[in-house]
Design a binder for this molecule. Structure first.
Ligand code: SAH
Length: 509
């Protein structure tokens, strides 16, 4: 029986990108992921296909796996030969009980690694605009548990030293005891005027911050009914927040936005959302694949065998280029079989896809609906020329129709198919059900129909009701029409059919 291995991983404070490269690689490698409440479940998307996940935090029935049971679980899994990723919020060694987990593994001689993480004690304040140290204010900080009182009469915390001996104080697990904590600080000599802040769900889209003083903060927390997980920060550095609340000031802060585009096309939108301070959740409901219909394959192969006969090759998308070349190579040909043809590409991305294949082409404007494309092409084509257009199965007919009207011989072939995908759908569904998605973006009619169908296949009976709880943004009027026909309420439509314009529509609200 192969020996398993356990990675004890710091998952960071919540922002799903605040995990180390090493931690992410361990998740990718693991057979089983053991995670709890503070580790962002969005990290599970790095799991390899078929990996198992075990939640050991608070379950819906409030049962909590005891620490001893978790320790034993890790041992058992490893003894079964599994590679285990144990995800722990923040850094595993900061009030994370990693010592106990590692100890039992060591006793059983099970190989393990501890991968540090970014602790909430430092990351959460700075996401709230509070650097934990600052030349002008403090040169020391302490991270303190807020958990062990008031029931304990004795305390490991030396309040007399702590209250006045350290610059910045950060209390974890302290919300329930905030009255006792602040009262003791004052009693042991900290000025009641000292600035204090409480940050809940720091680095998440849900981050909430309260600012006051040691004297006022407990009352503020109760009035706002702020619940765990939250940290308490005490010290002059809290003043910096007024200037430095960068995370909460970004325009899309607080908004988790669903991106339904095919993965190959999603990056511009995803980067745009992240750049503006939102969190993008990718659920590509469309996937491209090689054609499966025998007639389509036949037509493509037929066109490939006649490549020397075409005067023009017209590529309308990056996928068109990718799949055309894939089949070209598969059928034993290469670019020399169309050396006589002129080549045009719709849009700069398509032109780039050809350029990396050694073909410099005529780049046409990307706007399909507009005359620009045809205007650009018109001076170059002549009646009687033969044009091959390798495209997707959902390509629209505008271009071939017009070229035919001009007297050209047009062959369109399906180089790839768009199919529905449910990959990564559980994550999106969980977030939607938890009202943790604030906006949904649709970039084509098929993203609308596919999302609804994908959610249905994942077990959601009335997906349109679920989507009614978020704001829906469409890239253009056609997409919006499809959405409305499907029973969705469209919040806003982009003014132009571009990702930039879609982002502006979201920013509008
Ligand atoms: N090992 C973790 C801390 C575990 S103790 C770390 O290094 O961050 C759990 C406590 O951490 C919570 O009660 C809360 O006080 C704090 N905490 C963890 N994540 C947090 C977050 N995103 N926002 C605010 N507090 C957080």
């Amino acid at each position: 029986m192969p020996r398993g291995k356990v990675y004890l991983i710091g998952a960071g404070p919540g922002d799903p990108k605040l995990i180390t490269i090493k931690g992410k690689e361990a998740i990718e490698r693991a057979d089983t992921i053991v995670y709890d409440r503070l580790a962002n479940p969005r990290l599970l998307r790095h799991m390899k296909p078929g990996a198992e996940r075990i939640f050991v935090g608070k379950l819906p029935d409030k049962h909590i796996l005891k620490q001893g049971e978790i320790n034993q679980l890790l041992v058992d899994l490893a003894l079964q030969g599994k590679v285990v990723a144990r995800l722990k919020g923040g850094d595993p060694s900061v009030f994370g009980r990693v010592g106990e987990e590692a100890e039992l593994l060591a006793e059983h001689e099970i190989p393990y690694e501890i991968i540090p993480g970014i602790t909430s004690a430092i990351a959460v304040p700075v996401y709230a605009g509070i650097p934990i140290t600052h030349r002008d204010y403090t040169s020391s900080f302490a991270v303190v548990t807020g958990h062990e009182y008031p029931n304990k009469t004795y305390s490991n915390v030396h309040w007399d030293h702590l209250a006045v001996g350290v610059g910045t104080l950060v209390f974890l697990m302290g919300v329930a005891n905030i009255e006792a904590i602040t009262e003791r600080l004052i009693r042991h000599g900290r000025s009641p005027e000292t600035p204090a802040a409480v940050v809940r769900m720091g680095t998440w889209m849900e981050q909430t911050t309260l600012v006051g003083t040691v004297e006022t903060i407990a009352k503020q927390v109760r009035e706002a009914d702020l619940q765990s997980p939250a940290i308490i920060i005490v010290g002059e550095v809290v003043r910096m927040r007024e200037k430095l609340a960068w995370f909460e000031k970004r325009p899309l802060f607080g908004r988790r936005i669903l991106v339904t585009r095919a993965r190959e096309q999603a990056s511009e939108l995803v980067l745009g959302i992240e750049e503006l301070g939102g969190e993008a959740v990718e659920f590509p409901v469309i996937r491209c694949q090689t054609p499966t219909q025998p007639e389509a394959v036949h037509a493509l192969d037929e066109a490939l065998s006649r490549l020397p006969e075409y005067d023009w090759l017209l590529f309308t998308s990056v996928n068109g280029v990718e799949y055309f070349f894939r089949r070209l190579i598969e059928t034993g040909r290469d670019i020399r079989s169309f050396h006589q043809a002129q080549i045009a590409a719709v849009g700069p991305k398509t032109a780039d896809a050809l350029r990396i294949r050694g073909l410099t082409t005529m780049a046409l404007p990307a706007e399909f609906q507009q005359e620009g494309l045809l205007d650009a092409l018109a001076p170059h084509v002549r009646p009687g020329q033969r044009v091959l257009i390798p495209a997707g199965d959902l390509a629209r007919d505008v271009l071939p129709t017009r070229l035919r009207e001009w007297g050209l011989g047009v062959t369109t072939v399906v180089a790839y198919e768009n199919v529905l995908s449910t990959e990564n759908g559980e994550e999106a569904l969980d977030l939607l059900r938890g009202d943790a998605i604030q906006a949904v973006t649709f970039t084509s009619s098929s993203t609308v129909t596919n999302l609804l169908e994908a959610l249905r296949r994942l077990g959601e009976e009335r997906p349109e009701l679920l989507l009614a709880r978020t704001a829906i943004y469409c890239i253009g009027p056609l997409t919006a029409k499809t959405a409305e026909a499907a029973g969705l309420k469209v919040h806003r439509v982009a003014e132009q059919a571009t990702v930039q314009s879609l982002l502006e529509a979201i920013l509008h609200d």
